[in-house]
Design a protein around this ligand. Sequence first.
Ligand code: QUE
Length: 353
Amino acid sequence: MQTLSEIEFEEVSGRDGQLGLITLTRPQALNALNQTMIQTMYQQLNDWEGANHIKAVVIRAAEGRAFCAGGDVRSVYERKLKHDSNLANFFRDEYTLNRCIHDYQKPYIALIDGITMGGGAGISVHGSHRVASDRLIFAMPETAIGFYPDVGTTYILARLPHKIGYYLGLTGARISLSDCIATGLIDHYVKSEQFPELIYALADTSFDVNEHETITNIIKTFSVPAENSTLLKQREIIENCFSEKTIEKIIKALEDTSDHKWKEVASSLRTKSPTSLKVTLRALQEAENLDFDEAIQMEFRLSNQFLQGHDFFEGIRAVLIDKDQTPHWKPATLKEVTTASIKKYFEPIEMEL
Ligand code: QUE
């Protein structure tokens, strides 16, 4: 049932033109993106891109714990149970939206206040200006549900310094605002109380010349310094372990640190889908040499393959449906995952993105 709107669009007028304002309003599902939200947002972004009176777009979430907890993979699971033959179109629509944001011809400003995971990253980190509050919790947790970091983030994660993107994408680690600023995932820290004023300041300013820098300067009048990143202090260990070329070697390197925290990271990797880990590692390695468009096309191939497999549905079941937190992966061990089975994920498909 979908009676109330789960995403809202407004045009905010200021002394100099209008902003397109998107507000996610599905707090009961942590603003997880369903296909209708994705399609209407894409439509609206296209309309605003061609509308002379709209000078920039801002996205935010209605008050609550989350900016956006992901794509609505629960509904993907339900559709699978109903033998829906076109599950891949959910991902086609979502990645088309992500690509639209990456390519957007007007400034796209994400104001992030709260949990941002998976699909939530896909509608924020590809924007031209990424602003977050100290309530940000960022994660790409998909290997826990037998999937992989998608929504264009293979491109992003592959480019983070010190192999931090490999760490985030493989382990699903949750990181803070200061860690996001230090790695470059987020550009500015603004306190959430300031978000409304920032929106009005943006609406009031003319962006006629040098719009990117003009907006950056407005944001800077509201921004405050972030704390020191705890993650960046660990960059040597991270870079050392996550530069290894296989999952088995990464796990071994983590165990060899003889540091309690990093041994636990090794144990946590052992709980993830072995297929997900191997596909994710290879996808990040590939994405280092791909442009955004190529990376998200690769992702669409991967997602199609995950929809054919076992682990994605088992992961959604264990984490989001039955919540027993005990997924039974098939194959269950890294050793049993064949090179041929991984290779298949990267092969061309009939209907490419
Ligand atoms: C790993 C994930 C996701 C997750 C939890 C994980 C994910 C996702 C959701 C989610 C959260 C709230 C919802 C919803 C989905 O949780 O991708 O429909 O209401 O979308 O451990 O990858």
